[in-house]
Design a protein around this ligand. Structure first.
Ligand SMILES: Cc1cc2nc3c(=O)[nH]c(=O)nc-3n(C[C@H](O)[C@H](O)[C@H](O)COP(=O)(O)O)c2cc1C
Length: 183
């Protein structure tokens, strides 16, 4: 019942260089310094032993443009299909890990696994973010990144949803409002 969540496309590569993408909703930011994230993966996934052995993956954010691909990567297995090829996605070489970035995604986080925690149905992969890539198309002149322009998608109770209108910004509840001009 903890929804909405980001729905991310996690790319991996095995030792022979064969790539795969698994869609993950059980993902989150867990630490700022060092920058760490987590993903929870069921051991029966094709991607699971690749993650276990290589201890590397890339988190790629999902957008309106990528939502069909995200769903496909969440219902098809790399055992049966080359998902990059089937979807016409671009595998871009990463800097710090062997897993590829998805070129069409506006934000890619290169991750190195630090711990694997057995939980039950899923295992938790705790990873440090070794590099971040943000599409310059969404960067303004003041180096502020406008992810909203990429139309990010969240996942809630089985549905993919676009993020809606902005209601405030961090700390706005305690910021002093500009004084009204008296006439
Ligand atoms: C929206 C969505 C979210 C998902 N979240 C997870 C998840 O957090 N963990 C997981 O193990 N599988 C999750 N899955 C299922 C896998 O993505 C799916 O089983 C996929 O086919 C596995 O790919 P693979 O066999 O190529 O590794 C999710 C699927 C969808 C559609």
């Amino acid at each position: 019942m903890l929804y909405p969540l980001p729905v991310v496309m996690v790319s991996v590569a095995d030792e022979s260089g064969k790539t795969n993408i698994i869609t993950i909703a059980w993902a989150g930011t867990v630490c700022t310094n060092p920058p760490m994230v987590s993903i929870s993966v069921r051991p029966e996934r094709y991607s699971y032993p690749i993650l276990q052995r290589t201890r590397e993956f890339v988190i790629n954010l999902t957008t309106r443009e990528l939502v069909y691909a995200a769903d496909y990567c969440g219902v098809k297995s790399g055992r049966d299909v080359d998902k990059f090829a089937a979807l016409g996605l671009t595998a871009v070489a990463a800097e710090k890990v062997k897993a590829p970035l998805i070129g069409e995604s506006p934000v890619n986080l290169e991750c190195q696994v630090k711990q694997v925690q057995r939980l039950g149905s899923h295992d938790l992969f705790l990873a440090e973010v070794a590099a971040v890539h943000a599409d310059q198309r969404y960067m303004d002149a003041h180096h502020k990144f406008h992810l909203e322009q990429a139309e990010p998608v969240v996942y809630s109770h089985g549905a993919y949803l676009l993020c809606g209108e902005q209601l405030g910004t961090f700390g706005y509840s305690v910021r002093r409002r500009p004084e009204r001009k008296r006439t």
